[in-house]
Design a protein around this ligand. Structure first.
Ligand SMILES: C[S@@+](CC[C@H](N)C(=O)[O-])C[C@H]1O[C@@H](n2cnc3c(N)ncnc32)[C@H](O)[C@@H]1O
Length: 242
C-alpha cells in the first residue's frame, strides 16, 4: 500500500530543512534494509545486537512514562520508523498517528501492524511538524531529533508543544567524551557509508532554550534516564505541561 504524503505548512529553518533532506535520504534509501533488519528479530552481528537491546530498553522506558491505560488518548509517534512503539501504544488502547519522513519505512510499518490492531494506527509519510496532523495528548519522539542541532530540536519540540496537552517524551544523544570520540571516528568514514551526524546535546542547553521559548514556557522537564548498551547511547527526557 502507498504511504499518504503530507507537508509542513510553516517556515522551517535552513539547517532543519537541509538536515531533514539528508535524514530522509538516509532512512529511505541508504539504510532502509539495515533498519528493517535491525528492527526485526532477524539475527544481526554483535554490535547491532547491543544496539537492538538498547533500543528495546529505551522503547520500554518511554512507554512506561505513558499512562498504562491509553484508551481515549491520541498519541503522535514522531519519526516512527518501522512502527514498533506505535504498535505497543495502540495495544494499550491509544489512537496513534505514526509519521516518518521515509515512505519506505512507513509502508513497512503498515505491513508489520498486527491485523487485530488495524484501524488504530494512522500511518503517514511526511514531517512530524505538520500542523495538519492535529492535536495530541502525548507525543513520543524516540531517536528522531538526534540528528538535529539543539536549536532545531528545541524548535521542533516547541512546535509540537503547541498541539500537545499532556506530555512530550523524546530522546537525544547525550554529550559525553566517549560519544564525541565515537562520532569523530564515524566522521572519518567515507560519506556514503555513514548516517547523518548525531548531534550530542547537553541537558542544560536544552533547558536554557526551553526557558526562553514562548510555547515551552508552561512545560517542565521531569524524568530523565539514559540507556547505554554497546554503541547505543541515548538519553530520554520527559516534558510535562504544567
Ligand atoms: C533513528 S530512527 C528511529 C525510528 C523510531 N522512532 C524507532 O525508535 O524505531 C529516526 C527516524 O526519525 C525519522 N525522522 C527524522 N526527522 C523527522 C521529521 N522531521 N519528521 C518525521 N520523521 C523524521 C527518520 O526518517 C527516521 O526514520
Amino acid at each position: 500500500m502507498k504511504a499518504t504524503t503530507v507537508t509542513v505548512d510553516r517556515a522551517a529553518s535552513t539547517t532543519y530543512t537541509d538536515r531533514r533532506g539528508q535524514i530522509q535520504n538516509y532512512f529511505d534509501r541508504t539504510a532502509v534494509a539495515a533498519w528493517a533488519t535491525l528492527t526485526s528479530d532477524a539475527p544481526v552481528g554483535r554490535i547491532r545486537t547491543t544496539v537492538r537491546a538498547g533500543r528495546d530498553a529505551m522503547r520500554a522506558k518511554l512507554l512506561s512514562w505513558l499512562p498504562e491505560d491509553l484508551h481515549g488518548r491520541r498519541i503522535l509517534d514522531a519519526g516512527c520508523g518501522t512502527g514498533a512503539l506505535a504498535v505497543e501504544a495502540a495495544r494499550r488502547g491509544a489512537q496513534v498517528v505514526a509519521i516518518d519522513l521515509s515512505p519506505t519505512l512507513v509502508n513497512l510499518a503498515r505491513d508489520r501492524l498486527p491485523t487485530d490492531l488495524r484501524g488504530t494506527v494512522d500511518f503517514r509519510s511526511g514531517d512530524m511538524l505538520d500542523v495538519g496532523l492535529g492535536r495530541f495528548d502525548h507525543v513520543v519522539a524516540m531517536d528522531s531529533v538526534i540528528h538535529y542541532g539543539t536549536e532545531d530540536a528545541v524548535n521542533a519540540l516547541s512546535k509540537l508543544a503547541e498541539r500537545t496537552s499532556s506530555s512530550i517524551l523524546f530522546t537525544y544523544a547525550p554529550r559525553t567524551p566517549l560519544l564525541a570520540a565515537m562520532i569523530s571516528v564515524g566522521r572519518l568514514l567515507p560519506r556514503g557509508d555513514r548516517a547523518p551526524w548525531l548531534e550530542p546535546m547537553a541537558k542544560e542547553k536544552i533547558l536554557k532554550l526551553m526557558a526562553v521559548d514562548i510555547c515551552l514556557q508552561h512545560w517542565q522537564a521531569e524524568r530523565t534516564e539514559r540507556v547505554s548498551s554497546g554503541f547505543y547511547k541515548s538519553q530520554a527526557l520527559e516534558l510535562i505541561k504544567r
